[in-house]
Design a binder for this molecule. Structure first.
Ligand code: AMP
Length: 327
């Protein structure tokens, strides 16, 4: 089984047309490369559900609000191709920027209120850039299914709105967040952290767990929940919390009183690296599996992990299924 690397839109369209003629279903996993076990999870699902699995690797300049972030974004195509080959991906589409944007685009996708808060507030134009490149990929590949991680919950919401509002005939599959054994969400940006920063970075997940604990214990006022969560971030020159908010998981609007499932989401700068994470939480009715009991050390029992997760990271839904206190 070989993975084909295609760099031109015309070649890719030809390859997809062949597959279509043979009656094969097509799955698309859009990525920016520097692939890790979180991406691998999306690819595995695409591989399992579709007959032609296509992974795009494109660091999309349109979605970067800072030139230095774009310049420093890790690019590891050779290693990425190995990952894709190992996971039996059929096609990797890795276009140059000039292939995707032969001239500066004048048209784009306006994303509206779903992008008003969280990352949208701090990264002007980011979700317009994301929605525009994803729409282009949908037009080029015309997949039956496309795979996105819950790790980027606001991005997922933007894509769901895009597909619904513009009648794009694709099924969006959401894949749970894959985490390191200690709970840190896998991210291509984690590569930039030094050892000390890697330790510090964990406080983002811990503060989200604190928010979830507050809700589990019956706190319904979102400001109280986020206050307690923020208090978990230590005063340290290397840490800067950009936001920590409780929002409606569907439209990403802030919630004041927690009466149903909510998303608690945060962005934390660790040194010069910006990390995001989120947890979907339910107030006590969902206590059985959506909430976490604190252990004596103050760590969440769900962060205890076994060998598999140390190797590959653990998806959130598997953590939730685990009986407390057991790996
Ligand atoms: P990126 O390359 O960061 O643009 O991510 C490509 C896709 O992988 C997006 O749909 C992300 O949400 C998803 N993804 C990134 N990190 C993770 C993770 N830790 N777990 C699950 N999906 C992820």
């Amino acid at each position: 089984m070989t993975t084909e690397l295609l760099e031109s839109i015309a070649q890719l369209r030809g390859r997809i047309a062949d597959a279509r003629r043979a009656g094969r279903s097509v799955g698309l996993v859009p990525t920016m490369g520097a692939l890790h076990a979180g991406h691998a999870r999306l690819m595995e699902q695409a591989r399992a559900e579709c007959q032609l699995a296509v992974v795009s690797i494109f660091v999309n300049p349109l979605q970067f609000d800072r030139q230095d972030d774009l310049d420093r974004y890790p690019r590891t195509l050779e290693a990425d191709l190995d990952v894709c080959a190992r996971l039996a991906v059929d096609v990797v589409f890795a276009p140059a920027a000039a292939e995707m944007y032969p001239q500066p685009p004048t048209c784009g996708i306006e994303v509206g209120r779903v992008a008003e808060h969280l990352c949208g507030r701090f990264r002007p134009g980011h979700f317009r850039g994301v929605a525009t490149v994803v729409m282009k990929l949908f037009q080029i590949v015309q997949p039956d299914r496309a795979y996105f991680g819950e790790k980027d919950a606001q991005q997922l919401a933007v894509i769901r709105h895009l597909v619904r509002d513009l009648n794009v005939p694709v099924r969006i599959e959401a894949v749970p967040t894959v985490r390191e054994a200690d709970g840190l969400a896998l991210s291509s940006r984690n590569q930039r952290l030094n050892a000390e920063e890697r330790e510090l970075a964990l406080v983002l997940y811990q503060s989200l767990c604190e928010a979830r604990r507050q809700m589990a214990s019956g706190v319904r006022d979102a400001a109280n929940v986020t206050g307690a969560a923020r208090a978990r971030i230590p005063l340290d020159d290397r840490l800067r919390l950009e936001y920590l908010e409780v929002v409606d998981p569907e439209d990403m609007q802030p919630v004041e009183r927690i009466d149903g499932p909510v998303l608690v989401a945060g962005a934390l700068w660790v040194g010069s690296t910006r990390l995001i994470d989120n947890l979907l939480c339910s107030p006590p009715a969902g206590r059985g599996d959506a909430c976490v009991a604190p252990t004596e050390e103050g760590r969440d029992e769900e962060t205890v992990t076994g060998a598999r997760s140390a190797d590959r990271g653990t998806p959130d839904h598997e953590r939730r299924r685990r009986p407390s206190g057991r790996p």
